[in-house]
Design a protein around this ligand. Structure first.
Ligand code: ATP
Ligand code: MG
Length: 770
C-alpha cells in the first residue's frame, strides 16, 4: 500500500491519525483541509474500518467523486466505492428513500428544482388570487427556504412574530399561508425541494428513535468538509447522528464562509466547541497551493474583517508575481483585455487552457467572456447559468421521465399534459387543477378518479385525457421491469417527443434533437455503468442523480483542456494556476446590497478572499468603467477592495491604477453613478470584430490616469464633430459618424478603418483630431 502518511506535513499527519473523538480543523485556504479529510478516511479504511461505517459530507458531488478516487488509489476502488460520501442532499435523499414510509412519502419521491418550486408558488398565488406584484416567487421561496433551514414549520411560522413582521415589512404578509399550501402541495405530489431533504431528515430522526438509533450505530465516523457553510438544518443532522460514537471531524475556514444568504451559520463552528467540550483542535498553517505573494495578499485582505478566528497562514512556495489590475473602458472591453492577456500568458508560460479560470460575482457576467473566448476560438467550460438540464427540451423529456416514476408529480404533469400538443387546452387544465384543489387531491388523482366522466368535460376532451392517462400509466407499469435507458427510449418514442422534434427542420429543432440524444447517451452510460457495479439502474435512480447536481457539477461535455468560467461561490475548494477575478467594481463586487450593511460587506470580503486564494501562481483583477445593466450603460467605479489592498502586493504597472484609485474618491464625487441613455443593444454597440491585439496592463492603467485627469477628454468634447477624422491610440484612425448624449457623457460613434464601428465616451477616449 502507498505510504500516504509521507505525503503530509507533521500537523496534517496528526490530524489524520488521531481519528477517535470529536475533531475540529479550522485553517486557512489551501492549507490541506480537504487533503487531511481525504487521508483521514483512507487511514480509517486502512485500519480496518468498514466503508459503510463512514459518512463523509462534501460541498459538491464532484468533490466527493474526486475524494473517492483518491481514496480508491490508496485502499482500492472496491472499498472506496462503498463509502457514504456525497453532498448533504444526496446522502440524505438516499436515506429518505429508504425510510420514506416513516414520513409517508413514496420512496420514489420527486425532487423539485427551483423552477418547479417557483411554478408551484405561482399556482398557489393564482389559487389565492394574489395579484400584488410584491409577491415575487423567488422572494417567497427564499422566505420559505430560510424557515425550513431553521426548522420552522408552517404552523410555527404563523406564530413567529419576527418572521411575520419581516414579511409585513416586505409587503408580503401572506407568506405563512403560501408556505402552508406549498408544503401540502409538495406532499400530495410526492415531491420534496432541496430544503425538504434536510428538513425531512430532521423530522424523520426526531419522530423515529429506532431509525435514528440504527444510523447512529452505523455511522461510526462522520466527516464534514466546508463546515463553515453548513446551515442549522445540516448542523442538527450531524449532531444527531454523531451522538452515539462522537467521532465527528469537521474542517472549515471561517474566513471562507460565503453562504449566509442561504442560511449558513458561522456559529456552527463555535457551537462545535460547546457541543463537544473534549474536542481536539488541529491547526494547519502552511499553504501549499499559492505563491507567498498570493498568501500574504489574501491575509491582508481578510485582516480587514473584524469577525474572524485568528489564524496563521504562510507559504514556502516561490515568492511569485505581484497581482495585476486591468482597467477597461467598458465591460465589453474587459472581456477582450482579459482574454487577450490569457492568450499571451498561455504562450509565455507554455501551459494549458485548463490552467486558467475566470471568476465573477454574478452569472450574468459570463456572457461577455464567453463571447471574447469564442471569437478567439478558445475552448471553455462554464458552470452554473443555464445548464444542460435546464434546457427546455431536456426539461420536457425529464418531466415525462418523472411522470413515469411518480405520476402525482404536479409540476411535471403541467409540463407535458399538452406537450406535444394533444388538444388538452388551458381551460381543461385549469378545471382539473381547480377540481384537485377543492377535493384536496392531485391532478393525477382527478384524472384517474372513477368520477372523472361526471366532471363536466365533453366527450372529446375526456377521450384525450384518457389517452394521456393510458400513456403515462404504461410508462409507470414498466418502471421496474426496464432499466433507465430502455424506459427512456420507450418514453421518447411513445410520448411523441421524438416526432415533435424530428418534424422541426430548423436549426433550433436540430439542436433540440441533438440535446435529447445527448440525454439518452447519458442515460445509457448510467444504466451500463450501474449494471457493471451491480447497483440499481432503473429510471428513478437516474433521476435522483440528475436532480441532485449542483452548480459545480453540471459539466456536460468531455473534459479536454478548457478555460473555466464560474462564479466565485462555485469556485469554493478549487484551485487554478492563473485566476482572473473580473468585474471588481462597486455595486457589483461588493454587491450593491452588501455595501450598506457591515455584516454583508464582511461576507463580500470573504468572497474576495475565497477568489484570491483559488490561485496558485498569479491573480489578475479587472474592472470596467462602464457596464451594461438592465439594458443601459451605467458608470461603474473600481471596487473598494482594490483600494484596500496593500500596494506592495500590486504590480508596478498596475500600481498606477491603484494609485489613481487611492485618489479616486474625488473622482467618484465629481461623477456620481449616473446613467445615460444608449439606444440599441450592447453587442451592436461594441461590435468589436477588430482585434484588440496588444491591450495590456500598461495601456489600461494609462486610460485610468487619463480618466482621472479627465480634462483632455472634456476638452475634446467641444471639438469633436460629426465628419471629423480622429485618431485613437488603440483603434487607429476613423471618422466620427455620430454623437449622442449630453455633456459630460457625450459619446461619439466612430467608424474606424481597421477596428470597425465603436462608440466611445469622449471623456474617456483619448481622441486626437486629425
Ligand atoms: P480550501 O480552503 O481552498 O478548501 P484546503 O485547505 O482544503 O483549501 P487543499 O485543497 O486540501 O486545501 O490543499 C491545497 C493544495 O495543496 C492541494 O493541491 C493539495 O494537494 C496541496 N497540498 C496540501 N498539503 C500538501 C502537502 N503536505 N504536500 C504537498 N501538497 C499539499
Ligand atoms: Mg478544501
Amino acid at each position: 500500500m502507498e505510504n500516504y502518511l509521507e505525503q503530509l506535513n507533521d500537523s496534517q499527519r496528526e490530524a489524520v491519525v488521531n481519528t477517535e473523538g470529536p475533531s475540529l480543523i479550522v485553517a486557512g485556504a489551501g492549507s490541506g483541509k480537504t487533503r487531511v479529510l481525504t487521508y483521514r478516511i483512507a487511514h480509517l479504511l486502512a485500519n480496518g474500518v468498514a466503508p459503510w461505517n463512514i459518512m463523509a459530507l462534501t460541498f459538491t458531488n464532484k468533490a466527493a467523486r474526486e475524494m473517492k478516487e483518491r481514496i480508491g488509489t490508496i485502499v482500492g476502488a472496491n472499498v472506496s466505492q462503498r463509502l457514504w460520501m456525497g453532498t448533504f442532499h444526496s446522502i440524505f435523499a438516499r436515506i429518505l428513500r429508504m425510510e420514506a414510509e416513516r414520513i409517508k412519502f413514496p420512496s420514489s419521491f420527486t425532487i423539485y428544482d427551483s423552477a418547479d418550486s417557483k411554478s408551484l408558488i405561482k399556482s398557489i398565488l393564482k389559487e389565492l388570487q394574489i395579484k400584488n406584484k410584491e409577491y415575487k416567487p423567488g422572494l417567497i421561496l427564499s422566505r420559505i427556504s430560510s424557515a425550513k433551514n431553521d426548522l420552522v414549520l408552517p404552523g410555527a411560522y404563523s406564530r413567529d412574530q419576527q418572521r411575520l413582521m419581516a414579511d409585513r415589512a416586505s409587503k408580503v404578509p401572506l407568506v405563512y399561508d403560501i408556505y402552508q399550501r406549498y408544503m401540502k402541495a409538495c406532499y400530495k405530489a410526492g415531491a420534496m425541494d432541496f430544503d425538504d431533504l434536510l428538513l425531512n431528515t430532521n423530522l424523520l430522526f426526531r419522530d423515529n428513535p429506532d431509525v435514528v438509533a440504527r444510523y447512529q450505530d452505523q455511522f461510526k465516523y462522520i466527516l464534514v468538509d466546508e463546515y463553515q457553510d453548513t446551515n442549522r438544518s445540516q448542523y442538527l443532522i450531524v449532531k444527531k447522528l454523531a451522538e452515539l460514537h462522537k467521532n465527528v471531524c469537521v474542517v472549515g475556514d471561517d474566513a471562507q464562509s460565503i453562504y449566509s444568504f442561504r442560511g449558513a451559520k458561522i456559529e456552527n463552528i463555535l457551537n462545535f466547541r460547546n457541543d463537544y467540550p473534549g474536542y481536539q483542535l488541529f491547526k494547519l498553517e502552511q499553504n501549499y497551493r499559492s505563491t507567498q505573494l498570493i498568501v500574504n495578499a489574501a491575509n491582508s485582505i481578510i485582516s480587514r474583517n473584524k469577525g474572524q478566528i485568528k489564524k496563521v497562514v504562510f507559504s514556502e512556495n516561490e515568492p511569485g508575481e505581484k497581482i495585476r489590475i486591468f482597467s477597461a473602458v467598458s465591460d465589453m472591453e474587459e472581456g477582450f483585455i482579459v482574454v487577450n492577456d490569457l492568450i499571451s500568458r498561455r504562450h509565455a508560460a507554455r501551459c494549458a487552457f485548463s490552467d486558467f479560470a475566470i471568476l465573477y460575482r454574478t452569472n450574468a457576467q459570463s456572457r461577455i467572456f464567453e463571447e471574447a473566448l469564442r471569437k478567439n476560438n478558445i475552448p471553455y467550460k462554464i458552470y452554473g447559468g443555464l445548464s444542460f438540464y435546464q434546457r427546455k427540451e431536456i426539461k420536457d423529456l425529464l418531466a415525462y421521465m418523472r411522470m413515469a416514476v411518480n405520476p402525482r408529480d404536479g409540476e411535471a404533469l403541467k409540463r407535458v399534459i399538452n406537450f406535444p400538443a394533444r388538444g388538452i387546452g388551458k381551460t381543461t387544465l385549469d378545471k382539473l387543477e381547480a377540481a384537485a384543489a377543492s377535493n384536496d387531491l392531485t391532478v393525477w388523482d382527478i384524472l384517474t378518479h372513477p368520477n372523472l366522466p361526471k366532471a363536466g368535460f365533453n366527450a372529446g376532451t375526456l377521450k384525450k385525457l384518457n389517452s394521456f392517462v393510458a400513456l403515462v400509466s404504461s410508462f409507470f407499469r414498466q418502471r421496474e421491469s426496464m432499466d433507465a435507458y430502455e424506459l427512456t427510449t420507450e418514453i421518447v418514442a411513445q410520448s411523441g417527443l421524438l416526432k415533435e422534434f424530428h418534424q422541426d427542420q430548423t436549426i433550433e429543432g436540430q439542436t433540440r434533437l441533438e440535446n435529447m440524444d445527448e440525454l439518452l447517451n447519458g442515460v445509457k452510460e448510467f444504466a451500463d455503468n450501474r449494471r457493471e457495479t451491480g447497483e440499481p439502474n432503473s429510471l428513478e435512480f437516474f433521476l435522483e442523480e440528475v436532480s441532485l447536481l449542483t452548480d459545480q457539477d453540471n459539466e456536460s461535455e468531455v473534459d479536454v483542456a478548457k478555460v473555466t468560467l464560474m462564479t466565485i461561490h462555485s469556485a469554493k475548494g478549487l484551485e487554478f494556476p492563473y485566476v482572473y477575478i473580473v468585474g471588481v467594481e462597486e455595486g457589483l463586487f461588493p454587491s450593491q446590497m452588501s455595501a450598506m450593511a457591515e455584516n454583508d460587506l464582511e461576507e463580500e470580503r470573504r468572497l474576495f478572499y475565497v477568489a484570491v486564494t483559488r490561485a496558485e501562481k498569479l491573480v489578475t483583477l479587472s474592472f470596467a468603467r462602464n457596464r451594461f445593466k438592465y439594458g443601459e450603460s451605467t458608470f461603474a467605479s473600481p471596487s473598494r477592495f482594490l483600494r484596500e489592498m496593500d500596494a506592495e502586493y500590486i504590480s508596478e504597472d498596475s500600481q498606477q491604477v491603484t494609485g489613481t484609485l487611492k485618489s479616486s474618491a474625488s473622482f467618484e464625487r465629481r461623477e456620481p453613478r449616473k446613467k445615460y441613455d444608449f439606444s440599441g443593444s450592447s453587442t451592436s454597440r461594441f461590435n468589436s470584430r477588430g482585434k484588440f491585439s496588444k491591450i495590456g496592463s500598461e495601456k489600461s492603467s494609462e486610460s485610468v490616469m487619463q480618466n482621472d485627469a479627465g480634462t483632455s477628454g472634456l476638452g475634446a468634447v467641444t471639438r469633436v464633430q460629426v465628419g471629423v477624422v480622429v485618431e485613437h491610440e488603440r483603434f487607429g484612425t476613423g471618422k466620427v459618424i455620430g454623437l449622442e448624449g449630453v455633456a459630460p457623457n457625450i459619446k461619439a460613434i466612430v467608424e474606424f478603418k481597421n477596428a470597425g464601428k465603436k462608440q466611445l465616451l469622449l471623456k474617456f477616449a483619448k481622441l486626437k483630431i486629425l
